[in-house]
Design a protein around this ligand. Structure first.
Ligand code: F6P
Length: 359
């Protein structure tokens, strides 16, 4: 179909007509976000040619070394979204505090939270990275937005999405009416609807977890992974496959395309951190997308979307993807907490030192 595809702007206008709650400048705000993602896509794809690889020489608020592209991507969001008059403030992984819309620009009643470049350890090796965003309403005075205005549970999100800068650049978006994927056509500079109404297969044979952290996991996660590894010979009676891209956007995208479960669970590696991933600009938006596509998103004990953040950069355990697998993991956490979990029966558990010891 050469001329007939729906572009993201048309899609948004139609969604706004369907849902009067998406009032005001909603579609224009998302168009500004889309422009940010196009600019980042361009920078990422130029890579070494544009001199954008390597470290920026600074750390973000969480003490992580920033890449040049982390900083450039953050600037792209600020630049494209601060002047339109749709936002009261923004917050990002790369900024310590909230970013109120600068004086002189009009303000609107939405808040934007984003991770400008997720999975940035992949940048310098030319693998997939992405941007994640979440749109909230500003409950307070838009003239004086505060951190408190941002600290809303994921259920309050008006929209969430990500762009993945992979072999093709795609935008995946939910405005609370399913999940829809758009592919960037570089020749005309537009995101075109290519994957309407994405649904996650309820069953899967694929899991994603950083197994180098295995000795720090809690028993319910060890139990789950152990059963997957035992494959046909174990409890599950089927063989599993494992993938780890080290880019949450890429893992979530794969799960939307062909099912699976992604885990960055609670671990004891650094007892001051209950998880690695950040609630407001990683876990919450991805949880909205996953649940809108029929999957499930949890910490193992609590639905991710129900958590009211207590800080902008709060970290949480994340388990998300195919519904039946996430529900199994929730059950394993529950059984463990109640002292009713099954002892590991696999011979692997007894023999492999990786599984020995524990909590
Ligand atoms: O900071 C977020 C992130 O890069 C995610 O995108 C990814 O899932 C995870 O961290 C990778 O963690 P690790 O370095 O432990 O593989």
């Amino acid at each position: 179909m050469l001329f007939g595809r729906t572009n993201v702007n048309k899609f948004l206008v139609e969604e706004q007509r369907r849902n009067p709650a998406l009032a005001g400048d909603f579609s224009m705000l998302v168009s500004d976000i889309v422009r940010s993602c196009k600019a980042i896509s361009h920078g990422v794809s130029r890579g070494a040619l544009a001199g954008v690889l390597g470290d920026a020489g600074s750390d973000n608020v969480q003490g992580e070394a920033q890449k040049k592209l982390d900083v450039l991507a953050n600037d792209a969001f600020l630049h494209h979204c601060e002047w339109g008059g749709h936002l009261a403030a923004m917050a990002s992984e790369e900024m310590d505090d909230i970013y109120p819309i600068p004086a002189g620009n009009p303000r609107g009643d939405y808040l934007l939270v984003f991770d400008p470049l997720d999975g940035s350890s992949n940048i310098d090796v030319n693998l997939s990275v992405g941007s994640i965003f979440s749109i909230l309403r500003c409950p307070g005075d838009i003239a004086k937005p505060t951190v408190e205005d941002f600290l809303q549970p994921g259920t309050q999100q008006v929209a969430a999405g990500y762009a993945i800068y992979g072999p093709a650049t795609m935008l995946v978006l939910t405005v609370g009416n399913g999940v829809h994927g758009f592919t960037l056509d570089d020749e005309i500079g537009e995101f075109l609807l290519t994957h309407p109404d994405l649904k996650i297969a309820p069953e899967t044979k694929e899991f994603a977890i950083n197994t180098s952290n295995e000795r720090f996991w809690e028993p319910p996660v060890r139990r789950y992974v152990e059963e997957c590894l035992a494959g046909k010979t174990g409890e599950r009676g089927k063989d599993f496959n494992m993938r780890w891209i080290a880019s949450m956007v890429a893992e979530v995208h794969r799960i939307l395309m062909r099912g699976g479960v992604f885990m960055y669970p609670r671990d004891s590696k650094d007892p001051s951190k209950p998880g690695r991933l950040r609630l407001m600009y990683e876990a919450s938006p991805m949880a909205m997308i996953i649940e809108q596509a029929g999957g499930r998103a949890s910490t193992g004990r609590t639905d991710l979307l129900k958590i009211k953040p207590d800080a902008l950069h709060q970290r949480v355990p994340v388990i998300l993807g195919s519904r039946s697998e996430v529900e199994r993991l929730i059950r394993y956490h529950d059984e463990y907490d109640r002292g009713e979990d099954k002892p590991f029966t696999s011979p692997l558990f007894a023999e492999r030192s990786l599984f020995a010891g524990g909590d």
